[in-house]
Every structure is written in structure tokens, then in C-alpha cells.
Design a protein around this ligand. Sequence first.
Ligand code: HEM
Length: 399
Amino acid sequence: MSTPDEVPAFPFPDDGRLAIPEQFADLRARCPVQRVELPFGGQGWLVSRHADVKAVLGDPRFSRAATVDADVPRTTPWRTQAGNLMAMDPPEHTRTRRLVAPVFSRRGAERLRPRTEEIVGELIAGLRRAGGPVDFVEAFAMPLPVTVICELLGVPADRWHLFRDFSEKVFGDASGSAEEAERAAAELDTFLAGLVAQRRAEPRDDLLSEMVAARDADGARLSEEELVTLGVTILVSGHETTAAAVGNYVYTLLTQGLWRDLAARPEQLDTALEELLRAVPIGGAETMPRMATEDVTVAGTVVREGEAVFPVMLSANFDESVFAEPDKLDLHRSPNPHLAFGFGPHVCLGAQLALMELRVALGRLLAEFPTLRLAVDEADVPWRTGSMVRGPRRLMVTW
Ligand code: HEM
């Protein structure tokens, strides 16, 4: 496929809310593998169609490990740090992921359901005590996944400001420099390293203790540093995304007049949730780059060894050859082969946990507050800006 001479800058500007940049539809139709200029590290290839995005994500010739500490084309100033799951290739990736996979399986997530129901119940009681109008982000969307992931990992919930601070600097409102982000990351590492030492001395019934035990049973499986990094990864990825999903889905259902309908049909929730995952973005289109380890042809374009590829899941989820009327939020859509959780070896580790939390949270909210509504004009909702995670900064609701 030939590409136009012009090399557009990526990421494309978005409206700062939940709209999908219109360039993707054009690229899917005209140039499914497009050369783009990244803000850091030069040029790469943008892959926009569902089938090609899946093919790239599942192809071992595209490496994440090759991005470690390298000045590769990327959307953020900082370079990929070693030790993170997202920075590994098989077999190292497989070995590390296997260690925590059972906890994050469907069955593992189901084990956490009773406690999640309790937490949701407590948060709903809090909403009722506060009475409307109340900021839904602060009172529900953020504390839910934070509490769940802290309890799962065994991190005292009162220390969550530490990783909120880290997330704000890394995913936050673009206020932070790369140095600030690195400092926040170092603080969080120190904190987790302290907890690991505590669990080694005094194991408890939590994931961190399990990880320490697995590491100590077979030191070759996971280095101490990897153990800490894995803990940090789970902690950070375990709350920002789910919090944004809860907030963005409630916002979307309310502003599109779908809340009451769904409240009246609870049996439709699972199908509706898949559609929300497909069509309502949580992050931008800033996929992490993959480096070609040899020449690979993608949709007719040769990606040369050493070049970077950006498979855009957000675009794949709107591919009109897979989803009829992709711009329509159709809560009955089925089947729904969206790529909101990615695909291939790096498919979201926490997908089952996130799904369980979202089902419990939305299910209870719809049942308890069928008359939920925004307490401010839609135009007055403040949005996070320049952030890797999209969503309202504050969402005042009442009922
Ligand atoms: C609605 C919520 C969530 C969404 C939409 C989401 C989405 C994603 C996506 C798209 C990827 C793949 C990225 C890529 O290949 O470039 C990913 C990976 C990952 N996610 Fe999630 N995620 C969510 C919740 C969670 C939760 C609750 C956890 C908790 C542990 C989590 C942990 C991870 C980890 C560790 C990875 C890297 C996996 C690996 O490299 O093997 N995510 N997520």
C-alpha cells in the first residue's frame, strides 16, 4: 500500500472529551498502515484496521522488549523501563506473567466478588449519606478500584496517595516532567520494596505474600527488583483504567439518555458493558510502540527491521468492516469482538477483574439509583486534559 508523502503528526488532536479523532476512519479506508511523526524519537507506522491491529499484537516479530531504555518513537517523554510486564517479550514475559495469572483469571476475579460487593455497598451508603449533588469520581469511581486493588495486593489503603501521586505524574494532567515522573516512580518502588520485606518477614493472605513466596521458592523465577516492579505495575494499572471506565460509562449512559432504560433491563448489562468497552474510550489512542525485529509486511506495507509500529486498538474498535454502524452506541450489539483489553501475549492481565468490578458497580448503581442524573450542564463538566487517561475530572450527579 502506498502512503502519501505527507507524514502526519501523531497523536491526532482530540476534543479532550470522549470523541474519536476522525482521522482514523479515513486511514482505515485509505491507508491502513500510515507513516506518522511522533513527538519523541522520530517516525513510526500507525496501524488502524481491526484485523491488522490484531495481527500486529499477536505477532512475535514485533517486540516490546526492544523499546527498553531506547529512544524509540513514542508519545511520552520517558523511555520504557525494564522489569515491567509491558516491557518484556516471551519467554521472559510468559514466565513472569504466569506467576500472577491465577489470581487474575476469571475464577480468581470471582473470588473477589463478595468483597467487591461489600465495598460497592459501602460506597453507595456513602453516596446516600452525602446526598446529591455529589462528585461521583471522588466518591465512587476512584475509591472502588483503589480499594479492591489495595486489598488484593495487601497494600494499606491509606497509602494510596503515594500511587495516586505517581499516576497523576505519569498519566496525569501533563503537568509533570519526565524527572518528576521518575521521582514519583522511585518513591513508589521504595514503598513497595518495604512492603515486600515486611511480607517476607511476616507473610499474610495477600497477593504480595504469594508473590514473595513464589520468588523465594525459586529465586530464578523473579528477581527482587522484578517483584517490586510487578507489584507497582499491578497497583497502578489496576486502578486508573477501571476508575476512568466507571466514570466514563456512567457519564455516557447519563448524557445519551440510556441510564433509565438500562436500569429497567438489568439482564442486558453484560452485553451493554461490552459495548461500552468497545465504544467509550478510556485512554487516548496512544498505543505503546512495538519494534519490528525483522522486515514484516502489514496490509501490503513493509515495516523494516528496527521500525516502530503503533497498533491502535481504539481505531480497531470502530472498524466498519467488523462493527455495523460503529459510531452508534448499541447496547444490544452482539457479538462484540472489541479490542478494548488488547490482544495477544500482552492482553490485559486485569480484564476479568475489571469486568467483575464494572458489573458489580454498574449493576448496583443502576438498581439503587434508577433516576441518577447530572447535577450540572453537560458543557460544565470539567475534563482531564493532556492526560493518558481520559475522563471527567469531576462528575457532579444527583438522583
Ligand atoms: C476497564 C479497565 C481496563 C482496560 C480497558 C485495560 C486495558 C488494557 C490494554 C488495552 C492492555 C494492553 C496494552 C497493549 O498491549 O499495548 C492492558 C494491559 C495490562 N493491563 Fe489492563 N486494562 C484495564 C484494567 C486493568 C486492571 C484492573 C488491571 C489490574 C491488574 C490491569 C493490568 C494490566 C497489566 C498488568 C497489563 C500488561 C499485561 C502484559 O504486558 O502482559 N488492567 N490493559
